[in-house]
Write a protein that binds this ligand. Sequence first.
Ligand SMILES: [Ca+2]
Ligand SMILES: [Ca+2]
Ligand SMILES: [Ca+2]
Ligand SMILES: [Zn+2]
Length: 346
Amino acid sequence: MTRRTSRALVAAAAVTVASATAALLPSAGASAAAAPQARVFMVNPVQSSGDQSLADHKDAASDVPASAYATVALRNLDASGALSGRWAAVRSETGKPAKVADATSYDRHDDEFEQVMAYFWVNEAQEYLQGLGFGTELRGANDRVQPVRLNQWGSDNSFFTDKKDEIRFGKGGVDDAEDAEVIVHEYGHAVHEAQVPGFGGSAEAGAIGEAFGDYLGMEVGAAADAKYGWPMKTELACVGDWDSTGYTATAPHCLRRLDGTKTYADRVGEVHADGEIWSRALFDIRNELGARTADRIIVNAQFGFAPDTSFKDAALTTVATAQKMYGTQAAAAVRDAFRARAIPGV
Ligand SMILES: [Ca+2]
Ligand SMILES: [Ca+2]
Ligand SMILES: [Ca+2]
Ligand SMILES: [Zn+2]
């Protein structure tokens, strides 16, 4: 038997800081036990410390102070003792597989640490979507076991492979899975693929995919900061504060931002760069309607995007979704956000 009750999810939603929490977990027969504990970064060490001078020196544990780690519960695990559960199955291609029983002892120098980060943050991301109603009131959005693979190859480019429905994290510069915003960015691609198989078949659809990944990375991290009481000492709009220390010269270090000023006319035909047009619109919708309402609209609308959608069609679908779910005022706020990016036909 598994422990797939909403009661379990709710009860397990708090960080387990003391054994007292174990008493809150519902009894579910022999498998009932306190969720195992693990050490993770509070999103990423730059976001939680505000220290823009943190730098990776070949994965040295001493690069990051102990205060950047938090002890959390690993929820929804199966009984295998590996990082495998309801929403994620993590495996290491080139390093030692992490053991759940040892998950409080790893630091960033251990290959197992990134495996734990990947499990925790993929689970966290799906729980966030579940909390918005996706999978219950609304259609599920990648509500299945997400395969995740980590390797130690040098390339600094994590990616989602739609052929195997698998997320892979590499280790170039700062190890990609040391930054929750990078982990959840990739999970955003998996969400899109689950919602619309083959999504990303045009330059503009590709840009929307990058934008949503950045946006979801910010959102899941911000929600975790609020839920667990973790410090957020970097700007909300800055994505990948830690991973980007490896390739950005100036502070604040951001892989990309959600508050840029690009409009449709600024397209350059590169999906990450052009994604900043779309992600700014998502950020504006959030700031206008609040995270929960905005995210229910944004994710629900994505079910209706064509795999090779244009910005225009996707924007109009999002406006229509807002109208249907929340009425005229919400639809107007969404329309305004896309109009501010000068997306044609909106
Ligand atoms: Ca590492
Ligand atoms: Ca990296
Ligand atoms: Ca950030
Ligand atoms: Zn991406």
